[in-house]
Design a binder for this molecule. Structure first.
Ligand SMILES: [Zn+2]
Length: 322
């Protein structure tokens, strides 16, 4: 059985949902030595408690990969641990906690009075992050990989991991906010249960897009390794973008035999949660989804631009859309 060096390195995919994180995770997961885990932040409710399907198609509770991870990390999954992690998440892993987390990362004692956190005592934050670290180590061991990918996306979890000293490399995935807003506005059914996926109006998406991207920018300024990848660049030249990224992660130029120009051959992956693309197996055409340019209402596009333009400039997105 292959074994992995400990600790396992974590590649954390950050950004607002519908930015291409699931696609990037699936592609990374095809690289030897890298295991894609899905959106681990949702493992506790959607996996352990609700028993939703793993990316391999098995329910979480009977997927052999996750059974092994649970046994190695915790002596098995339990609803009690899941409930505890959900309670801790509510208290420490929140976008509104990012300023306090950034202060901790900078070595400033934010003081128990202001936040309930102090550098001197074991905290809920440490307990929360320690569970993730055990989970990542066990997943790396079960997959025989030295790198695991968590596509949880939320900047706040990346902060929690970094504050706790995890070996985390953040990949900051950005996509044109007008495309992201259009995706959140459209009606899409969830493959897990057929229920409609969450929909947001464009203004709300714009604010979430700003919050997540600014959070990930702040993480980089606090010294955490962050590599930015534009969805549009990934789709324009998948091999080049992926090669660059994996080399930057210190894994050397990756064998990319699963890529053939604009087509990828995907194998099943034990991803615990994420967008519908996590179930896709076989040949996938890597084409940029630009439907928003013609399908979105012009007033929505103008509103998103008005709310997000400073970061649109930073990420090199042009005003023009038609
Ligand atoms: Zn599975």
């Amino acid at each position: 059985m292959p074994t992995s060096p400990s600790p396992v390195r974590v590649v954390f995919l950050g950004g607002l949902g519908r930015s291409g994180t699931t696609l990037l995770e699936r592609l990374l997961g095809e690289v030897p030595g890298i295991a894609a885990l899905g959106e681990v932040v949702h493992l506790w409710d959607r996996g352990v408690l609700a028993g939703e399907a793993c990316g391999c198609g098995e329910p979480f509770g009977t997927c052999p990969f996750w059974l092994r991870v649970g046994a190695t990390a915790f002596g098995g999954w339990s609803p009690e641990r899941a409930e505890r992690m959900l309670a801790l998440r509510w208290r420490v892993d929140r976008t509104r906690r990012i300023p306090a987390l950034a202060a901790l990362l900078a070595g400033e004692n934010v003081g128990a009075g202001a936040t309930g956190w102090s550098l001197e005592e074991p905290t809920e934050l440490e307990e929360y992050a320690a569970v993730y670290r055990r989970l990542y180590d066990a997943a790396g061991e079960a997959a025989g990989c030295s790198v695991v990918v968590d596509s949880s996306k939320h900047a706040s979890l990346a902060f929690c991991l970094a504050v706790a000293g995890a070996d985390v490399h953040v990949v900051h995935v950005v996509r044109d906010p007008r495309a992201v807003a259009h995706s959140w506005y459209r009606q899409v059914p969830r493959p897990e249960d057929g229920a409609p996926m969450t929909r947001w109006p464009p203004a709300r998406t714009s604010l979430h897009w700003l919050a997540q991207n600014l959070g990930l920018e702040l993480l980089a300024r606090r010294g955490v390794p962050v590599t930015r990848v534009r969805y549009e660049d990934l789709l324009a030249d998948p091999a080049r973008t992926l090669g660059h990224l994996v080399t930057g992660l210190g894994l050397g130029p990756p064998p990319l035999g699963f890529l053939d120009g604009g087509v990828a051959e995907l194998s099943p992956a034990h991803t615990v949660s994420g967008n519908p693309m996590r179930f896709t197996v076989g040949r996938v055409e890597l084409t940029r989804d630009d439907r928003w340019r013609t399908a979105a209402a012009a007033r929505h596009l103008r509103l998103v631009t008005a709310l997000t333009w400073p970061l649109m400039i930073r990420y090199d997105y042009s005003w023009r859309f038609r």
